[in-house]
Design a protein around this ligand. Structure first.
Ligand code: ZN
Ligand code: ZN
Length: 640
């Protein structure tokens, strides 16, 4: 018999020579059906792998993150098999699982290209392979055998010669998975037992990709696909994609006349139009008011600084690639600032600081410039001119923990005010290479952990994932369609106070080093704007809507009453427009609705006599609502 340990710590006895599949079957029929691979002593393996005595074994099921990974990568093999069936002589490079799917890179004979029709043909061939229920059989070869097995596949040869372990190529052996006598792929595994376990997939698109991501190497054609454990999960994913497409902030930005990226200015540098500028102002005004209440001091710092500042801060040493090129002026070299921190430190250092002044919280909407390659720019989500709602908090060691707890509470409160409720956080701890003292790192990390516990939000610990100078908390939010966005970051800097030789005079009259917290809450105004736009699909809550109410007179003889209604709403603090009766009423209603105006108010004969309005809001339509009632209802919505 073989005894193995399950994840819950219990032991299980199986006949000697039992496999992962046998284990799953011994636990239950449901598990046997859902199993796609196993983890033996922490390493993923095929279900067919024989379980060693004393091993700890976990069954990987199709719907888990690892299980989906196995399904997706297995589907990528089927894609490569289908393509090489349909285009004999096609070369295939790599085909990993990625978030929500997989891809495979190909080079077709004679440099041919895939068309959209080809995707349908390939998918049909893939379905045949699935119906044939071909087994995925693992093979181990010597390097020589591997080189001969893939002699007509130059990309595979390069992987074998480069000893790319991720692709199954080791120092003395290579592993491969064979589906039939014709198709075999170099691979580390694991895979599902047979192609019949697959089927809930769809090919999505073709894109160009360079081999190894290197523009000097051959250009390949990449086919993307998505694959899931069930038909329902696949359909849900496709529905989400469709929904995301509808919510694309670049599209909404143009439709709602909010912003654009003029080529005359350059990539990643947007201009905000009046309505977008107004939303942005509302975001900033609210943020400023809250910061003022929370005891922040407002500072302002310039966009350029001498190279010497960024030498002291270290940015030129470790962040140079992210910086804009320098400018020469009057014998000095200047850089656009990539971060506001060094300048806030200079504000702190402008005079001697006493412990009585701490914590000192310096806040600024600071625009920084970061070089991002044009290929990674992505609307407002990734720009080159970034306005951070940036604050740096300087405090005593005793203040660090309570300050971080208050700060995280503040951050979550502001995010909630913008309608984001679903949070997850990540705590990134000390990496192998770090600056500063271990005890400072421990104190900072414990304080961050305590802040998370106090806030009571779900968080994961990313061991060793902190920057070399700081542990941090990243706050992620889920939007209306379940996508996860990283927004706020709280970092405890264990480097800059040292580099700038920062001090405060303590109660003991001695000189001490303050702690420094970096914190951006929106992250950047541009990116947060884009996230909100997608979260709300353009229909901002009333307080953030550029126009809160449109008043539509039915005929021109109702215009005077419409003007009076608009004036009353304005008095109450609403942003109102009147759409005069020179166009059809239906057309005007549609126009206001397309512009996502929260309250479309129609006034006609009866309203004029009764002092009422017809209310067409996001939740429905009502006739004859007394104007005073409407004002009462709006009062709570006009402000955050
Ligand atoms: Zn594989
Ligand atoms: Zn900073």
């Amino acid at each position: 018999m073989t005894t193995v340990t399950l994840p819950d710590g219990s032991n299980r006895e199986l006949p000697a020579g039992s496999t992962g599949a046998d284990l799953a079957a011994s636990i239950g029929r449901g598990l046997a059906k859902a199993a796609v691979a196993v983890r033996i002593d922490g390493r993923e393996a095929d279900l067919g792998a024989v379980l060693p005595e004393g091993a700890t074994v976990e069954v990987i099921t199709a719907g888990s993150a690892e299980g989906r990974h196995v399904l997706r990568h297995s589907t990528a093999h089927v894609l490569a098999q289908a393509v090489t069936d349909l285009w004999p002589g096609a070369r295939f490079a790599i085909g990993p699982a990625i978030e929500d799917g997989f891809y495979y890179d190909f080079e077709l004979p004679g440099g041919a290209h895939f068309s959209d029709d080809d995707l349908e043909r390939i998918e049909a061939r893939m379905r045949e392979i699935v119906a044939e229920d071909q087994p995925f059989v693992r093979e181990e070869h010597t390097v020589e055998e591997g080189l001969s097995l893939f002699s007509d596949q130059p990309y595979k040869l390069e992987i074998i010669n480069g000893v790319d372990r991720g692709e199954g190529a080791g120092d003395s052996t290579v592993s491969a998975y064979r589906n039939n006598d014709r198709f075999v792929d170099l691979c580390r595994g694991p895979h599902v037992p047979s192609t019949g376990r697959l089927g809930h997939f769809k090919l999505m698109k073709v894109a160009a990709a360079y081999w190894r991501g290197d523009e000097h190497r051959p250009q390949l054609q990449r086919i993307y696909g998505t694959a899931w454990e069930s038909k329902a999960a696949l359909e849900e994913h496709l529905r989400r994609l469709e929904e995301a497409e509808k919510r694309d902030h670049r599209r909404l930005g143009a439709e709602l006349d909010l912003f654009h990226f003029p080529p005359e200015i350059g990539g990643g540098l947007p201009v905000f139009h009046p309505k977008g500028g107004l939303v942005r102002k509302l975001m900033e005004d609210y943020s400023k008011a809250e910061h003022e209440k929370a005891g922040y001091d407002f500072v302002w710092t310039p966009h350029l600084a001498k190279s010497t500042l960024f030498e002291t801060s270290g940015h030129l040493e470790w962040y140079r690639e992210g910086m804009y090129p320098p400018m020469e002026m009057e014998g000095a070299t200047y850089y656009p600032k990539p971060m506001n921190c060094p300048m806030h430190i200079l504000v702190y250092k402008s005079r001697q600081r006493s412990y009585r002044e701490l914590p000192l919280r310096l806040f600024e909407f600071g625009t920084v410039y970061r070089f991002e390659r044009s290929g990674v720019l992505n609307g407002l989500l990734r720009v080159r001119g970034i306005t951070q709602d940036d604050a740096h908090i300087f405090c005593t060691p005793e203040q660090l923990s309570p300050e971080l707890s208050d700060l995280l509470g503040f951050v979550l409160r502001i995010l909630r005010a913008f309608g984001l409720e679903d949070f997850e956080a990540e705590l990134s701890t000390r990496p192998d290479k770090f600056v500063g003292e271990i005890e400072d790192w421990d104190k900072a990390t414990d304080s961050l952990r305590q802040a998370l516990d106090t806030a009571g939000i779900a968080y994961a610990v990313a061991e060793g994932e902190g920057a070399f100078y700081a542990p941090k908390i990243d706050v992620h939010v889920r939007d209306a369609i379940g996508r996860r966005w990283q927004v706020s970051t709280l970092q405890v800097d264990l480097q800059e106070p040292q580099r700038f030789d920062m001090e405060f005079v303590g109660a003991d009259n001695g000189r001490h080093r303050p702690y420094m917290i970096h914190r951006a809450l929106f992250g950047s105004v541009e990116r947060f704007f884009g996230i909100l736009l997608e979260h709300y699909a353009g229909a901002f809550p009333t307080w953030l809507s550029p126009v809160q109410a449109s008043v539509l007179p039915v005929r021109s003889d109702h215009e005077e009453y419409a003007a009076r209604v608009a004036a009353r709403l304005r008095e109450a603090g609403a942003r109102v427009e009147v759409l005069a009766a020179d166009e059809q009423l239906g057309y005007r209603v549609r126009k206001a609705k397309q512009e996502k105006v929260p309250y479309v108010l129609v006034v006609g004969d009866q309203d004029l006599h009764a002092g009422t309005v017809g209310v067409n809001s996001r939740t429905g339509e009502e006739r004859g609502v007394p104007l005073e009632d409407l004002l009462g209802r709006l009062a709570a919505e006009l402000r955050p």
